[in-house]
Design a protein around this ligand. Structure first.
Ligand code: PGA
Length: 325
Protein backbone atom coordinates (compact mmCIF):
# COMPACT_ATOMS: atom_id res chain seq x y z
CA UNK A 1 0.00 0.00 0.00
CA UNK A 2 2.85 2.36 0.89
CA UNK A 3 4.53 1.53 -2.41
CA UNK A 4 1.43 2.29 -4.44
CA UNK A 5 1.03 5.59 -2.60
CA UNK A 6 4.65 6.52 -3.33
CA UNK A 7 4.45 5.61 -7.04
CA UNK A 8 1.32 7.71 -7.53
CA UNK A 9 2.86 10.64 -5.66
CA UNK A 10 6.24 10.49 -7.41
CA UNK A 11 5.06 9.32 -10.85
CA UNK A 12 7.93 6.85 -11.03
CA UNK A 13 8.75 3.28 -9.98
CA UNK A 14 12.44 4.18 -9.70
CA UNK A 15 11.90 7.15 -7.40
CA UNK A 16 9.43 5.18 -5.26
CA UNK A 17 12.01 2.37 -4.98
CA UNK A 18 14.67 4.89 -3.91
CA UNK A 19 12.41 6.49 -1.33
CA UNK A 20 11.51 3.15 0.20
CA UNK A 21 15.04 1.71 0.00
CA UNK A 22 13.92 -1.14 -2.27
CA UNK A 23 15.20 -2.36 -5.62
CA UNK A 24 13.18 -1.59 -8.72
CA UNK A 25 12.45 -5.28 -9.51
CA UNK A 26 11.00 -5.68 -5.99
CA UNK A 27 8.73 -2.70 -6.59
CA UNK A 28 7.61 -4.00 -10.00
CA UNK A 29 6.93 -7.44 -8.57
CA UNK A 30 4.86 -6.09 -5.67
CA UNK A 31 2.78 -3.94 -8.00
CA UNK A 32 2.32 -6.86 -10.38
CA UNK A 33 1.04 -9.01 -7.50
CA UNK A 34 -1.37 -6.28 -6.48
CA UNK A 35 -2.58 -5.87 -10.11
CA UNK A 36 -3.11 -9.65 -10.34
CA UNK A 37 -5.18 -9.57 -7.15
CA UNK A 38 -7.25 -6.67 -8.48
CA UNK A 39 -7.47 -8.33 -11.91
CA UNK A 40 -6.63 -5.12 -13.80
CA UNK A 41 -3.48 -3.07 -14.51
CA UNK A 42 -2.92 -0.31 -11.94
CA UNK A 43 -0.45 1.89 -13.88
CA UNK A 44 0.11 3.18 -17.42
CA UNK A 45 3.28 4.66 -18.82
CA UNK A 46 2.88 8.22 -20.12
CA UNK A 47 6.20 9.45 -21.50
CA UNK A 48 8.73 9.21 -18.69
CA UNK A 49 6.02 9.14 -16.01
CA UNK A 50 3.80 6.38 -14.74
CA UNK A 51 0.22 7.34 -14.04
CA UNK A 52 -2.52 5.33 -12.35
CA UNK A 53 -5.26 3.74 -14.46
CA UNK A 54 -8.87 4.23 -13.36
CA UNK A 55 -8.53 1.07 -11.27
CA UNK A 56 -5.20 2.36 -9.90
CA UNK A 57 -6.86 5.62 -8.87
CA UNK A 58 -9.61 3.77 -7.02
CA UNK A 59 -7.10 1.55 -5.21
CA UNK A 60 -5.00 4.63 -4.40
CA UNK A 61 -7.98 6.43 -2.83
CA UNK A 62 -8.76 3.37 -0.70
CA UNK A 63 -5.10 2.97 0.25
CA UNK A 64 -4.89 6.55 1.49
CA UNK A 65 -7.94 6.04 3.67
CA UNK A 66 -6.54 2.78 5.04
CA UNK A 67 -3.09 4.29 5.77
CA UNK A 68 -4.66 7.23 7.52
CA UNK A 69 -6.96 4.95 9.57
CA UNK A 70 -3.96 2.81 10.60
CA UNK A 71 -2.01 5.87 11.63
CA UNK A 72 -4.99 7.17 13.65
CA UNK A 73 -5.31 3.78 15.28
CA UNK A 74 -1.65 3.88 16.23
CA UNK A 75 -2.22 7.31 17.78
CA UNK A 76 -5.26 6.13 19.75
CA UNK A 77 -3.51 3.01 21.06
CA UNK A 78 -0.48 5.08 22.06
CA UNK A 79 -2.79 7.47 23.91
CA UNK A 80 -4.24 4.57 25.85
CA UNK A 81 -0.72 3.71 26.96
CA UNK A 82 -0.12 7.31 28.06
CA UNK A 83 3.29 8.88 27.54
CA UNK A 84 5.20 5.80 28.59
CA UNK A 85 5.44 4.58 25.04
CA UNK A 86 4.23 5.49 21.59
CA UNK A 87 5.78 7.00 18.50
CA UNK A 88 6.29 10.62 17.54
CA UNK A 89 6.79 11.26 13.85
CA UNK A 90 8.28 14.61 13.04
CA UNK A 91 9.17 16.00 9.61
CA UNK A 92 11.12 19.26 9.38
CA UNK A 93 12.54 21.49 6.66
CA UNK A 94 16.27 21.34 6.12
CA UNK A 95 17.18 24.32 8.29
CA UNK A 96 15.33 22.97 11.33
CA UNK A 97 17.77 20.07 11.38
CA UNK A 98 20.21 22.41 13.08
CA UNK A 99 17.96 22.47 16.10
CA UNK A 100 15.25 19.78 15.96
CA UNK A 101 17.57 16.93 17.11
CA UNK A 102 18.42 18.90 20.25
CA UNK A 103 14.75 19.46 21.10
CA UNK A 104 14.04 15.79 20.42
CA UNK A 105 17.00 14.69 22.54
CA UNK A 106 15.78 16.68 25.53
CA UNK A 107 12.22 15.40 24.99
CA UNK A 108 13.36 11.76 24.84
CA UNK A 109 15.28 12.22 28.08
CA UNK A 110 12.03 13.28 29.70
CA UNK A 111 10.02 10.42 28.15
CA UNK A 112 12.55 7.61 27.67
CA UNK A 113 9.99 4.99 26.62
CA UNK A 114 8.92 6.71 23.42
CA UNK A 115 10.10 6.16 19.87
CA UNK A 116 10.76 9.08 17.56
CA UNK A 117 11.36 9.44 13.86
CA UNK A 118 12.70 12.59 12.25
CA UNK A 119 12.46 13.23 8.52
CA UNK A 120 14.43 16.16 7.11
CA UNK A 121 13.56 17.41 3.66
CA UNK A 122 12.67 20.54 1.66
CA UNK A 123 9.47 22.57 1.84
CA UNK A 124 7.64 21.01 -1.11
CA UNK A 125 8.31 17.51 0.11
CA UNK A 126 7.19 18.42 3.67
CA UNK A 127 3.89 19.74 2.29
CA UNK A 128 3.44 16.53 0.26
CA UNK A 129 4.06 14.45 3.40
CA UNK A 130 1.55 16.55 5.32
CA UNK A 131 -1.08 16.08 2.59
CA UNK A 132 -0.53 12.32 2.84
CA UNK A 133 -0.71 12.41 6.68
CA UNK A 134 2.67 10.73 6.96
CA UNK A 135 3.78 12.35 10.24
CA UNK A 136 2.34 13.82 13.45
CA UNK A 137 3.91 17.27 13.28
CA UNK A 138 5.83 19.39 10.78
CA UNK A 139 8.23 22.30 11.16
CA UNK A 140 8.38 24.79 8.29
CA UNK A 141 7.65 28.43 7.46
CA UNK A 142 4.81 30.34 5.79
CA UNK A 143 2.13 27.80 6.76
CA UNK A 144 -0.61 29.98 5.25
CA UNK A 145 0.66 29.20 1.77
CA UNK A 146 0.88 25.43 2.30
CA UNK A 147 -2.17 24.95 0.06
CA UNK A 148 -4.27 23.30 2.76
CA UNK A 149 -5.99 24.22 6.02
CA UNK A 150 -3.54 23.91 8.88
CA UNK A 151 -3.07 24.66 12.56
CA UNK A 152 0.23 26.47 13.04
CA UNK A 153 2.04 27.50 16.21
CA UNK A 154 4.99 29.87 16.11
CA UNK A 155 8.23 28.12 17.10
CA UNK A 156 11.24 30.38 16.46
CA UNK A 157 12.84 32.90 14.09
CA UNK A 158 14.48 31.63 10.91
CA UNK A 159 16.20 34.64 9.29
CA UNK A 160 17.54 34.44 5.76
CA UNK A 161 20.92 36.07 5.13
CA UNK A 162 23.17 36.53 2.11
CA UNK A 163 26.50 34.78 2.49
CA UNK A 164 29.77 35.15 0.57
CA UNK A 165 33.35 34.03 1.08
CA UNK A 166 35.07 36.33 3.54
CA UNK A 167 37.47 37.73 0.91
CA UNK A 168 34.61 38.78 -1.38
CA UNK A 169 34.81 42.53 -2.21
CA UNK A 170 31.14 43.01 -1.22
CA UNK A 171 32.01 42.24 2.43
CA UNK A 172 33.47 45.76 2.54
CA UNK A 173 30.27 47.41 1.35
CA UNK A 174 27.24 48.53 3.37
CA UNK A 175 23.55 48.54 2.46
CA UNK A 176 24.23 46.75 -0.83
CA UNK A 177 21.24 47.19 -3.18
CA UNK A 178 19.65 44.08 -4.69
CA UNK A 179 20.46 45.45 -8.16
CA UNK A 180 24.16 45.10 -7.30
CA UNK A 181 23.61 41.55 -6.05
CA UNK A 182 21.96 40.63 -9.34
CA UNK A 183 25.40 41.01 -10.99
CA UNK A 184 26.88 38.26 -8.80
CA UNK A 185 27.01 34.52 -9.47
CA UNK A 186 24.42 32.83 -7.30
CA UNK A 187 24.33 29.32 -5.89
CA UNK A 188 20.70 28.30 -5.66
CA UNK A 189 19.00 25.45 -3.80
CA UNK A 190 16.94 22.90 -5.78
CA UNK A 191 13.37 23.51 -7.02
CA UNK A 192 10.96 22.88 -4.13
CA UNK A 193 13.20 24.62 -1.60
CA UNK A 194 11.61 27.31 0.56
CA UNK A 195 14.87 29.27 0.69
CA UNK A 196 15.09 29.31 -3.10
CA UNK A 197 11.49 30.57 -3.39
CA UNK A 198 12.07 33.22 -0.78
CA UNK A 199 15.21 34.53 -2.50
CA UNK A 200 13.76 34.48 -6.00
CA UNK A 201 10.66 36.32 -4.71
CA UNK A 202 12.85 39.09 -3.24
CA UNK A 203 14.45 39.57 -6.65
CA UNK A 204 11.15 39.38 -8.52
CA UNK A 205 9.65 42.10 -6.33
CA UNK A 206 12.24 44.43 -7.85
CA UNK A 207 11.86 43.07 -11.36
CA UNK A 208 15.20 41.27 -11.05
CA UNK A 209 16.48 37.72 -11.27
CA UNK A 210 19.46 36.12 -9.55
CA UNK A 211 22.21 35.05 -11.97
CA UNK A 212 22.31 31.32 -11.31
CA UNK A 213 25.74 29.76 -11.50
CA UNK A 214 24.82 26.42 -10.02
CA UNK A 215 21.96 24.53 -8.34
CA UNK A 216 22.78 22.48 -5.26
CA UNK A 217 20.58 20.13 -3.25
CA UNK A 218 21.59 21.05 0.31
CA UNK A 219 22.59 23.93 2.56
CA UNK A 220 25.85 22.13 3.39
CA UNK A 221 26.76 21.80 -0.30
CA UNK A 222 26.02 25.51 -0.74
CA UNK A 223 28.40 26.42 2.09
CA UNK A 224 31.17 24.31 0.56
CA UNK A 225 30.60 25.86 -2.86
CA UNK A 226 30.79 29.38 -1.39
CA UNK A 227 34.11 28.55 0.30
CA UNK A 228 35.29 27.08 -3.01
CA UNK A 229 34.68 30.50 -4.59
CA UNK A 230 31.85 29.40 -6.87
CA UNK A 231 29.49 32.22 -5.90
CA UNK A 232 27.30 33.70 -3.19
CA UNK A 233 24.01 32.45 -1.81
CA UNK A 234 21.12 32.87 0.61
CA UNK A 235 21.20 30.72 3.74
CA UNK A 236 19.21 30.43 6.92
CA UNK A 237 21.23 31.81 9.82
CA UNK A 238 20.63 28.48 11.58
CA UNK A 239 22.75 26.68 8.99
CA UNK A 240 25.70 28.75 10.20
CA UNK A 241 25.28 27.85 13.89
CA UNK A 242 27.93 25.20 14.19
CA UNK A 243 29.89 25.57 11.03
CA UNK A 244 30.62 28.72 9.17
CA UNK A 245 33.25 27.33 6.85
CA UNK A 246 36.21 27.57 9.21
CA UNK A 247 35.68 31.32 9.40
CA UNK A 248 35.61 31.67 5.61
CA UNK A 249 31.93 32.55 5.35
CA UNK A 250 30.77 36.14 5.78
CA UNK A 251 27.35 37.70 5.92
CA UNK A 252 26.72 40.54 3.48
CA UNK A 253 24.94 43.75 4.44
CA UNK A 254 22.21 43.70 1.81
CA UNK A 255 19.15 45.97 1.70
CA UNK A 256 16.07 44.04 2.85
CA UNK A 257 18.14 41.34 4.58
CA UNK A 258 18.03 39.46 6.88
CA UNK A 259 14.58 38.44 5.71
CA UNK A 260 12.45 37.89 8.82
CA UNK A 261 11.12 34.40 8.48
CA UNK A 262 9.93 32.02 11.16
CA UNK A 263 9.49 28.34 11.84
CA UNK A 264 6.07 27.01 12.81
CA UNK A 265 4.92 23.71 14.23
CA UNK A 266 2.18 22.66 11.85
CA UNK A 267 -0.38 19.91 11.40
CA UNK A 268 -3.46 19.57 9.17
CA UNK A 269 -6.57 21.24 10.54
CA UNK A 270 -9.08 18.78 11.91
CA UNK A 271 -6.50 16.10 12.53
CA UNK A 272 -6.44 15.42 16.22
CA UNK A 273 -2.98 15.33 17.74
CA UNK A 274 -1.94 12.42 19.92
CA UNK A 275 -1.17 13.20 23.58
CA UNK A 276 2.48 12.62 22.73
CA UNK A 277 2.44 15.08 19.82
CA UNK A 278 0.59 17.67 21.91
CA UNK A 279 3.09 17.27 24.72
CA UNK A 280 5.97 17.63 22.27
CA UNK A 281 4.43 20.77 20.78
CA UNK A 282 4.18 22.42 24.20
CA UNK A 283 7.72 21.30 25.03
CA UNK A 284 9.16 22.59 21.73
CA UNK A 285 7.71 26.08 21.98
CA UNK A 286 9.27 26.47 25.42
CA UNK A 287 12.66 26.18 23.71
CA UNK A 288 12.17 29.43 21.76
CA UNK A 289 14.40 31.58 24.00
CA UNK A 290 17.22 29.07 23.70
CA UNK A 291 16.90 28.82 19.92
CA UNK A 292 16.88 32.61 19.70
CA UNK A 293 19.94 32.89 21.96
CA UNK A 294 21.93 30.42 19.82
CA UNK A 295 20.91 32.34 16.74
CA UNK A 296 21.97 35.64 18.23
CA UNK A 297 25.39 34.24 19.13
CA UNK A 298 25.86 33.12 15.52
CA UNK A 299 24.74 36.52 14.34
CA UNK A 300 27.11 38.39 16.62
CA UNK A 301 30.00 36.14 15.60
CA UNK A 302 29.43 36.70 11.91
CA UNK A 303 28.81 40.37 12.47
CA UNK A 304 32.02 40.83 14.48
CA UNK A 305 33.85 39.23 11.61
CA UNK A 306 32.72 41.52 8.86
CA UNK A 307 30.90 44.26 10.78
CA UNK A 308 27.65 43.63 9.06
CA UNK A 309 24.14 44.28 10.27
CA UNK A 310 22.23 43.54 13.47
CA UNK A 311 19.36 41.16 13.99
CA UNK A 312 16.26 43.14 14.94
CA UNK A 313 16.43 43.58 18.69
CA UNK A 314 12.91 42.54 19.38
CA UNK A 315 11.47 40.48 22.12
CA UNK A 316 8.64 38.83 20.32
CA UNK A 317 8.84 36.85 17.12
CA UNK A 318 9.50 38.57 13.85
CA UNK A 319 6.49 37.38 11.91
CA UNK A 320 4.04 40.27 11.63
CA UNK A 321 1.23 37.86 10.82
CA UNK A 322 1.16 35.25 13.58
CA UNK A 323 -1.30 32.52 12.86
CA UNK A 324 -1.65 31.11 16.31
CA UNK A 325 0.55 31.41 19.38
P1 PGA B 1 14.04 24.53 2.36
O1 PGA B 1 13.52 25.28 3.64
O2 PGA B 1 14.94 23.40 2.76
O3 PGA B 1 12.78 24.08 1.68
O4 PGA B 1 14.79 25.56 1.54
C1 PGA B 1 14.42 25.79 4.56
C2 PGA B 1 13.89 27.08 5.14
O5 PGA B 1 12.89 27.61 4.62
O6 PGA B 1 14.51 27.57 6.10
Amino acid sequence: MQLLEAIVRLGSFTRAAEEMFLTQPTVSMQIKKLSDTVGMPLFLTAGRQVVPTDAGREVHAAVRTILRTLSDLETKLADLKGLKSGRLRLAVITTAKYFAPEILGAFCEKFPGIEVSLKITNRDRIIERMAAHEDDLYIFGEPKSAGMDVEATYLAPNPLVIVARNDHPLTQERRIPLERLAEENFLLRETGSGIRDSLVRRFQEKGLRPRVRMELGSNEAIKHAIVAGLGISALSLHSLNLDWGGGRLAMLDVEGFPVDRAWYLVHPKGRELSTLARTFLAFAIEQEPEIRATLNTTYQTLRADNQAILLPEEDGHPDPHPIHR
